[in-house]
Design a protein. Structure first.
Length: 442
């Protein structure tokens, strides 16, 4: 695989080109769940009048066996998507796979405890056999999905494949306890992220993250080769997108600076995802990873402090030409704060946070993703808690509004840029997202 990206390539202006129209096909490679980035792209595909086709990750029965959706589940998922779903389970990762009658990686992790996990060793030849089983299962299912999909896409039409798979945390109790300490712990409860990465448990997690987050993009591109060849031969075009995270530029002291959330353990897999796109691009395939800003989603809420980078978006809305609508967003955020708490005071906390020496040390693109530290945890988790306490209701936060705005802005940016992408890896920073939002609402 190619080397990782050495400098961010940022999308600075709103893309103007659009090849997608009624009769074209949008394929969501990943299931649509709750609040998340995928919704933005689905909305754009719907607006363009495209035929929307989705897949399912399937469901596990009580014995962890993978199954397709029931008729009721399928109807619900199709209503949620607003399109057809090919009911072949495409659950990524290998944590619950094994040769018949042998233990899965999750079974092997079952005996680990908070006292033992750093010293517990795994049987790597067996893990490799499990990985091979999981990869074969997934790729065989991709082949079935593509065979069905082939009959649903007309010659000469354009097709947009949107990859949305990410994650891969094994479902074992010990990991939740460790994660709470690494991502939420400070003081005596702090735990070094390096301790996880150096353990066998951590190495297994990284392997599974690669499989779920990055390698599935490769399997999608390879699996759809015949469809791509047919469409291109008959005058159509095919595009692939995926969601990355590799830090974001936000406003710090009036200028846009790259910064990141630390420790983002999945960062290694996100860089592998970038390399998949770069390798595809070198073969003439238009595959683009869009590195999107930090937001709060169901899965990101474990990372306490990831939301702190959202607040400067309010300033970006004004800096990028926002007027009445931008003022309304400020007011909506003000309304969530307790009496006597000002939005200006909140933003000052964020400025102080970003100006701290410990934060400056983490603004190191070449060293990404860096390990956490006790000093960082104290500052980041402490600031996060202070800001949460400024709100009237812990369940109605300024970051809910700002996350929704980022989702709204990234949808059209990714959708339009995919028509004529500038590079295989692009950063969507607060500047271009603010421009897009101001255009939508101006």
């Amino acid at each position: 695989m190619t080397a990782p990206v050495s400098l961010p390539v940022s999308l600075r202006e709103i893309p103007q080109h659009n090849i997608f129209r009624k009769g074209d096909t949008f394929v969501l490679f990943g299931e649509l769940f709750g609040r998340g980035y995928a919704n933005g792209l689905v909305n754009e595909a719907r607006k363009a009048g495209m035929t929307i086709i989705g897949i399912t990750v399937g469901r596990r029965d009580e014995n962890h066996a993978l199954r397709a959706l029931t008729a009721e589940e399928l109807a619900e998922a199709e209503a949620n998507l607003g399109g057809r779903i090919i009911n072949v389970p495409l659950m990524a990762g290998f944590d619950l796979d094994a040769p018949a009658g042998e233990p899965t990686p999750t079974d092997l992790l079952g005996g680990m405890t908070l006292k033992s996990w750093q010293d517990d060793k795994l049987d790597w030849p067996h893990i490799e056999k499990c990985r091979a089983v999981g990869v074969k299962r997934f790729r065989d299912s991709v082949a079935k999905v593509m065979a069905e999909l082939d009959g649903m896409i007309a010659d000469g039409s354009n097709t947009f494949f949107a990859h949305t798979m990410a994650g891969g945390i094994p479902k074992v109790k010990v990991f939740l306890a460790i994660a709470n300490r690494i991502y939420k712990g400070r003081g005596e409860r702090f735990m070094s992220s390096r301790a996880l990465l150096d353990s066998d448990l951590g190495k297994l997690c990284l392997m599974n993250f690669d499989e779920v987050t990055a390698n599935t993009f490769q399997y999608l591109i390879e699996g759809s080769a015949a469809i791509r060849a047919r469409l291109e031969k008959t005058g159509g075009q095919v595009r692939y997108t995926a969601y990355g995270y590799h830090g974001t530029e936000i406003l710090i002291n009036g200028d846009y600076h790259w910064q990141t959330y630390t420790n983002y353990t999945q960062g290694y897999a996100k860089m592998r995802l970038e390399r998949v796109a770069t390798d595809a691009w070198a073969q003439g395939i238009k595959a683009t990873v869009f590195n999107c800003p930090e937001i709060r989603t169901n899965s990101s809420d474990i990372f306490v402090g990831v939301e702190l980078s959202l607040f400067p978006l309010l300033k970006a809305l004004k800096q990028e030409g926002g007027a009445t609508w931008a003022d309304a967003q400020w007011q909506a955020c003000r309304d969530l704060l307790q009496d006597g708490m000002s939005l200006e005071a909140l933003l000052q906390k964020i400025s102080d946070y970003n100006a701290a020496g410990v934060m400056k040390a983490y603004r190191n693109f070449a060293a990404w993703p860096m390990d956490n530290s006790a000093e960082l945890a104290d500052l980041m988790i402490g600031t996060s808690e202070e800001i949460t306490q400024m709100h009237k209701d812990r369940k109605a936060l300024v970051t809910d509004i700002l996350s929704a705005l980022v989702l709204e802005g990234t949808g059209p940016l990714m959708f339009l840029e995919a028509s004529d992408p500038a590079a295989p890896v692009l950063w969507l920073n607060h500047d271009v997202i603010a421009k897009q939002l101001n255009l939508i609402h101006g």
